[in-house]
Design a protein around this ligand. Sequence first.
Ligand SMILES: [Cu+2]
Length: 464
Amino acid sequence: MDISRRNLVRAGGLVVAAAGLVSGRTALASIPEAPTAKDAKTAPPAFPNTGPDYQPVVTLNGWSLPWRMNGDWKEFHLVAEPVVREIAPGMVANLWGYNGQSPGPTLEAVEGDKVRVFVTNRLPENTAVHWHGQRLPNGMDGVGGLTQPHIPPGKTFVYEFQLRRSGTFMYHPHSDEMVQMAMGMMGLFIVHPRDPAFRRVDRDFAFLLNAFDIKAGARVPNVNTMLDFNLWCWNSRAFPGIEPFVVGKNDKVRIRFGNLTMTNHPIHMHGYEFKVSGTDGGWVPEEAAWPEVSIDVAVGQMRSFDFVADEVGDWAIHCHKSHHTMNPMGHAVKTYIGVDKKEVAKRIQKLVPGYMPMGSAGMGEMGSMEMAIPDNTLPMMTGYAQFGPVEMGGMFSVVKVREGLSRTDYADPGWFKHPEGTVAFEYKGAPMQNPPRAERPKSEPGFSVVDPRTKPKTGHDGHH
Ligand SMILES: [Cu+2]
């Protein structure tokens, strides 16, 4: 992660000499620096070196914005601007975001903090920033036209409020919202509890769900799309571009996510039951946190769940809507399961390079097919792991739980080494008694249709 900055300390704030309570406008002689990120790697957690202790979040394929202290105000600077974002290797998109990336950087602060956020508008149109879920004075709520004038291009506005409760929040425009969110403008706002021991975990991950409609070969999202998106993303990344969740065995883990797409997403994690610990309305009391293996997150909602990572392995985590674990190429094809199209496909491919029939045994074979696709798009399902193609795209990643990781080690540990005898294996014993239909002799009696009228009464069919 390349975060350009001159005088900001990565893990904390530069303390500016200004004592006592700074009352709003009087101390705004200078504007804080606005660091930018140039790539989509996951930044390591930014541990605080001033103020109360907390376990910082790890933003998937993202980063947290450094701040500076000005008196007792924590100052951040967001710059709304056009950005170029890699969605996954092989595809970049021209989006709008903040500080060089979409989503913008994660803001992290502590319950009770006074935060001052400078927002500079480098877009070609007005914007405004809404602090989704926060308790704040109405005039700081960021609804352009309703609670404040829109921020015109070239201008900087200042938001000031005290963080009244801890939890998982987000920020997004409330100004030409349909266009600006479709272009990728959004970010996470994590407020940590004042008491560092409260519901503390060892690893705390966060991401936003977002979706784009970018035609093959194009780079700019279609902002008028209502439902038919073709890129289902976590933090503007699609599998295999989404980094894994790297976790140490027996770590307490929290995963937080918010949904800024136009549909709901049942987020499913393999290998564990987890407890739903928070919504954007706040913490679910520990005794009321309910167990799940999938939790649906509706549009505009945030959810967090907690678990103890006591099972090592490579555990899939994904949206359970199967079309949301797919990338763009190939959705327009017809269904031909059961039809052998190999020969005809070869002939069509001579005329139409890149022609792709849907698999005649399913679509799985597409995952391993070397297929010429147009520039700047992604194959429908892709991603390789140690046993072959994963046949997934979109909203999919892997929770990699390993023994012996240091507390701050988030580096991808590679694929899980399964203990001997713990991987599903091919049966090589005696052949089955009822072989698959294709292998059955035509004369096999078990094949004949039983006429229900002549079926003998068994006495167990429930009527007399
Ligand atoms: Cu989904």
